[in-house]
Design a protein around this ligand. Structure first.
Ligand code: SF4
Length: 463
């Protein structure tokens, strides 16, 4: 039992085992033979724990009552609540969880409905082609998600006799692309397993509830948050509790201007208490009153691994949004790609465009795009145009003069880790050309066909 679970169950026990937890790091001095500790271990900082069972009960009750009243009506919630078959229910939750990774709820709803209509069961998805999956996924981003979902569905059908694993542990172990969060979400929502989940919204809510200001993406804090989520999850309604935590983070405890006045768990929120206290201290200081001695439960004075770093003390302009803190985001890498829209007149006079398929692995795997060539940064425009003309000529079996490429403009698209600039050219063609199929599959499409093909949002911007 971890310290946090022990705390949830009614107080901390000395010697509970958890070497990797932040508090565990403080436990130096345990005798090598595993006997009596050389000195009493430091208890975990009280303000970062849920150690009072009554408080945990209140948190669960308040949150679930609010969720029952205020939750958004979402198609996957309806399916999870009404589908009697456990495999179909788990599949429905799984699809929603994968789509919701990195994508807003409002965008996902329409994709989800179309997906479930087309592939209502695991078996139906297992029979789909990757091309169909990519077509439906087009525009949702992070395309490997759809591909992995389908691969996993095939595995469940062929290796597990179409039966979804029934616990979070097995889901994570047996399904490719299913990590700890997704496994916990499926198991708690579909099967009622009392297991917590930690996603971006839950990180924010928990860090505020317990004043955790150390880098929330660090392994030690992540570990701590998972323990806390498992400790507080409601035993009778784990799926609803987990969804309520995420809903709270998405609609009330939002990143920049949380609606603390409307928050159902404001009484349990230590960030709110801290913000009030700091405000009161600031007023007293203004009035010239002496600064009070810090409370013994206050952290941040010493080396608490869960408090904000000493170099980044409390910022009064941020209030509760002092929590959580994140490490500086890595800047996306800049990349340039020359891309050419080859256009011809189709049989009815409408324009048609040549698209080619990307390789089956890597960024935008298997999607279709206008013929494109990555360019070195800082390459002169003339050289860029020449390189693109050579590239087109090599695959078209058709002479292409660099001067014939018309510069159209630049399109910027931000992938999660790449700041991509497409330098767009167009090349109107009189006759037909063929693309060497040895390089990659290609086809001519009308604008309408282009829009329904498995093309990325970036390519839609290019067109
Ligand atoms: Fe978030 Fe404010 Fe609620 Fe605390 S009181 S959990 S900061 S919305």
């Amino acid at each position: 039992m971890s310290k946090l679970r022990a705390a949830a169950a009614g107080g901390l026990r000395r010697g509970s085992r958890r070497a990797a937890s932040p508090a565990g790091q403080r436990r130096k001095g345990v005798s090598p033979r595993g006997g009596t500790p050389a000195s009493a271990p430091a208890p975990p900082p009280a303000q970062h724990l849920f150690s009072d069972p009554a408080e945990i009960q209140a948190l669960r009750g308040n949150l679930l009552a609010w969720y029952d009243k205020c939750k958004r009506d979402l198609p996957w919630r309806t399916l999870a609540a009404t589908e009697p078959d456990a495999d179909r229910r788990a599949y429905a939750v799984w699809v929603s969880e994968i789509m919701l990774q990195q994508t807003q709820v409002a965008t996902v709803v329409d994709y989800y409905n179309r997906w479930m209509q087309k592939w209502p069961t695991l078996q139906a998805l297992a029979q789909a082609s990757l091309e169909e999956v990519n077509e439906l996924w087009a525009g949702l981003g992070y395309y490997s998600r759809g591909k992995r979902l389908q691969e996993a569905a095939k595995k469940v059908v062929s290796e597990l006799a179409s039966r979804m694993p029934r616990t979070a542990e097995d889901l994570q172990k047996l399904l490719p692309g299913v990590g700890r969060y997704t496994a916990g979400a499926i198991a708690s929502i579909s099967y009622g397993q009392a297991t917590g989940v930690v996603d971006g919204n839950v990180v924010r809510v928990l860090c505020r509830l317990r004043c955790i200001g150390a880098d929330s993406s660090s392994p030690a804090v992540t570990d701590w948050l998972w323990d806390m989520a498992n400790a507080v999850v409601d035993r009778k309604r784990p799926g609803d509790f987990n969804q309520a935590m995420m809903e709270l983070g998405a609609t009330v405890c939002v990143p920049k201007a949380p609606l603390c006045g409307e928050c159902p768990v404001k009484k349990q929120c230590r960030a709110r208490q801290r913000a009030k206290k700091e405000l009161a201290l600031a007023s007293e200081k203004l009035l010239g009153k002496p600064t009070p001695v810090p409370d013994v439960e206050d952290c941040g004075v010493g080396d608490c691994p869960l408090c904000p770093p000493a170099a980044e003390p409390w910022d009064s302009s941020l209030g509760v949004t002092n929590f959580p803190r994140k490490a500086a985001k890595k800047q996306p890498r800049a990349a340039r790609t020359a891309t050419c829209v080859l256009e011809r007149r189709g049989c009815h006079g409408a324009p048609e465009y040549l698209i080619v398929q990307r390789p089956s692995s890597g960024l935008l795997a298997g999607l279709w795009e206008f013929p494109s060539l990555p360019m070195a940064q800082g390459l002169q425009e003339e050289k860029q145009r020449e390189a693109l003309a050579d590239y087109l000529q090599a695959w078209m079996g058709h002479p292409v003069a660099a001067a014939g490429l018309q510069f159209v403009g630049e399109v910027v698209h931000i992938f999660s880790h790449i700041h991509q600039t497409y330098v767009v050219y167009s090349l109107p063609l009189d006759g037909d050309v063929t693309w060497d199929s040895a390089s990659s599959p290609s086809r001519w499409v009308t604008e309408e066909e282009f829009q329904t093909s498995a093309v990325s949002t970036a390519m839609k911007k290019v067109l």
